[in-house]
Design a protein around this ligand. Structure first.
Ligand SMILES: *Cc1c(COP(=O)(O)O)cnc(C)c1O
Length: 292
């Protein structure tokens, strides 16, 4: 299903004064459309849909959602028809995300922000024999797919793992499948930390509260917000390591890791960072903002 197996890239320069290095789990390479963590979050839902005999998938997302594009791509490959319920009125010009989802065959249905909050499916959407995947793939099936991914790697050598946090599904799956020697730090890209922390806790299989934390303060003023410091970090990181990042999730993640590990406490620690993909999101930046 995926084009390339994920792998761990060794000794990535974190661009701080301490010259800290980390290994990076490259999920961004698996597929240009069903990018990064999205395939692993989707696969169990799609298997359940197939088992249930469903022909179509319905899911939810914002106009810049990587989950929407990934779902459209996965449905196309697996022969499901699909509908994306999109937050807000239909825009005059579609984002790259929406155009791409549409070109992959997804039906886009726009609903008001209020209806979106209530996850209302409009009457014109045929729900017969449809399987509904929650917004962002949030849920135990999504987390379980991430846990299965971790089994491909031996993580015993690592002391610290860092990941970006949107809905928290990926982080929960990572916590559930990690050895207890691994300390996991999530970098929320949204402002509402209390809600996200609760969402992660709700998906945990065991009580592992001592094994993880959230490092708040790296969201750059909110979801999909950015400033020149973030952009120049992303360009410098690309020059140093030849690793492209996206401005919504992984740019903020690596920026945070660069700052956090610039501390003698991290001397001798073995750090692993999950590059969760999302590069298609950069298409909504003005041309020339990034050098890659
Ligand atoms: C969707 C996404 C995330 C967030 O994953 P959650 O499971 O929703 O927390 C992180 N990074 C990238 C690149 C994503 O596209």
């Amino acid at each position: 299903m995926i084009l390339q197996e994920p792998y761990i890239q060794k000794a990535v320069d974190l661009l701080n004064y301490r010259n800290a290095y980390a290994d990076v789990m490259r999920l961004d390479v698996v597929d240009p459309v069903i990018s990064g963590n999205k395939w692993f979050k989707l696969k169990n839902y799609l298997a359940l849909a197939r088992e249930a005999g469903s022909r179509s998938i319905i899911t939810f997302g914002g106009p810049y959602s990587n989950h929407i594009v990934a779902t459209a791509g996965a449905c196309k490959e697996m022969g499901f028809s699909c509908t994306g319920i999109i937050r807000g009125e239909a825009p005059v010009t579609f984002s790259h995300t929406l155009l791409q989802a549409q070109s992959l065959g997804m039906d886009l249905v726009f609903i008001s922000r209020q209806d979106y909050r209530d996850k209302k499916i409009p009457g014109k959407v045929n729900q017969a024999a449809a399987y509904i995947i929650p917004e962002g793939g949030y849920g135990t099936e999504g987390a379980a797919g991430i846990s299965e991914l971790l089994r491909m790697f031996d993580l015993t050598a690592y002391s610290h793992l860092f990941c970006a946090v949107g809905t928290g599904t990926m982080m929960a799956g990572l916590i559930n499948a990690s050895p207890s020697s691994l300390y996991i730090t999530g970098i929320p890209v949204l402002k509402s930390l209390p809600g996200i922390a609760g969402a992660v806790s709700d998906l945990l299989l065991h009580n592992k509260a001592e094994n993880f934390e959230f490092a708040d303060g790296f969201h750059f003023n909110g979801y999909a917000k950015y400033n020149p410091a973030l952009i120049s970090f992303m360009n410098d990181f690309y020059i140093a390591n030849n690793i492209p990042t996206d401005f919504v999730y992984t740019g903020k993640l690596f920026y945070a890791v660069s700052q956090i590990t610039n501390d003698p406490l991290f001397t001798g620690k073995k750090i692993l960072v999950v590059h969760s993909g999302g590069l298609q999101g950069n298409l909504s930046l003005p041309a020339g903002t990034l050098m890659f």
